[in-house]
Design a binder for this molecule. Structure first.
Ligand SMILES: Nc1ncnc2c1ncn2[C@@H]1O[C@H](COP(=O)(O)OP(=O)(O)OP(=O)(O)O)[C@@H](O)[C@H]1O
Ligand SMILES: [Mg+2]
Length: 295
């Protein structure tokens, strides 16, 4: 464990108060974006009940390789090293009921026995909420940089994010910041280069776009009132890391195992991840994380 502490530069936990807000999507997106910068990256998928990182990364049939008591991670796109609870589960259609001690043991093995090698960053994806899993990891894995909280544009997300921030405070982990996911609807298309277009959205919404020299245009329609993540961050006095648009390609990618960033590395979604990663890295590299201040 001590060795792991030294050979992994940054360890980032991804949490949310509520399920289905896109933690796994964001975890995979952060990892891919970092890896595309030439960093060596790992993902530790701690979600026992719904481990979907392997599916998103096209590693559904991966098997763990164990040698001399060390577990070797599977290798995903961009050379990302991936270890997932899914690799331990024989029938993915059967619900997994692991009692506390077994779960604890599995998490401790993920922390102590995985041959990560040296990594620039390890992203840790969790089940929703602030249950045993993040607690166990925070108590067993030294040197965690902090927590990235994923939320959606709805106002209620504020309450859910507050829970995650409270959790971070309880276990004395810094909050790196809040990401707003599924924020606005990402649209793109082609038209003759140099065209100015008006895109008609629902409810009388319209957006002006221009094509680039290759005739491509892209924009984001704010279908829901976006800004919930920013407001949550302001109210909770933690950094706002940016937003990831609602992108139907993410849903398809989750099904066919090609993450959006791999399918379209220069698309709007990939670009939004670049901005989030810039902020995350600024914060973790400066060591200037927010001391949690909950009211
Ligand atoms: N930005 C997005 N645009 C479109 N669909 C998205 C986006 N982010 C996530 N999704 C979709 O929403 C669903 C939930 O995403 P994901 O599995 O990442 O959430 P989660 O928070 O990890 O869920 P859980 O709480 O079950 O672990 C998936 O079907 C995913 O494809
Ligand atoms: Mg998930």
């Amino acid at each position: 464990m001590e060795q792991m502490d030294k050979s992994i530069k940054h360890k980032i936990m991804v949490l949310s108060g509520k399920g289905g807000v896109g933690k796994s999507t964001v975890s995979a997106g952060l990892a891919l974006t970092l890896a595309r910068r030439g960093m060596s990256v790992g993902i530790m998928d701690i979600d026992i009940t719904g481990p979907n990182i392997p599916k998103m990364m096209g590693l559904e049939d991966a098997e763990l390789h164990v040698e001399e008591g060390q577990i070797f991670p599977a290798i995903g796109p961009e050379g990302i090293k991936i270890i997932s609870m899914a690799f331990l589960i024989e029938d993915p259609d059967k619900p997994v009921i692991w009692r506390g001690p077994i779960k604890l043991g599995a998490i401790q093995q993920f922390i102590g026995d995985v041959a990560w090698g040296s990594l620039d960053a390890l992203i840790i994806d969790f089940p929703p909420g602030t249950s045993d899993e993040p607690l166990t990891v925070s108590q067993n894995l030294p040197g965690i940089d902090g927590v990235v909280i994923v939320t959606t544009p709805q106002e209620v997300a504020l309450l859910d994010s507050r829970k995650s921030i409270n959790f971070a405070k309880t276990v004395s982990l810094p909050v790196i910041g809040v990401v707003e996911n599924m924020s606005g609807y990402s649209l793109s298309g082609t038209a003759p280069p140099g065209s100015d277009l008006t895109i008609d959205g629902p409810g009388g919404m319209s957006i002006e776009v221009s094509t680039d020299e290759n005739g491509k245009w892209a924009t984001v329609l704010d279908l829901f009132k976006s800004g919930g993540g920013q407001k949550a961050a302001e109210d909770l006095e933690v950094p706002y890391l940016g937003s990831i648009p609602f992108d139907p390609g993410i849903v398809r990618g989750g099904d066919d195992g090609v993450h959006r960033i791999v399918a379209e590395p220069d698309g709007v979604t990939a670009e939004s991840f670049v901005q989030v990663v810039d902020k995350v890295m600024d914060i973790v590299e400066s060591g200037n994380r927010t001391a949690v201040n909950i009211r």
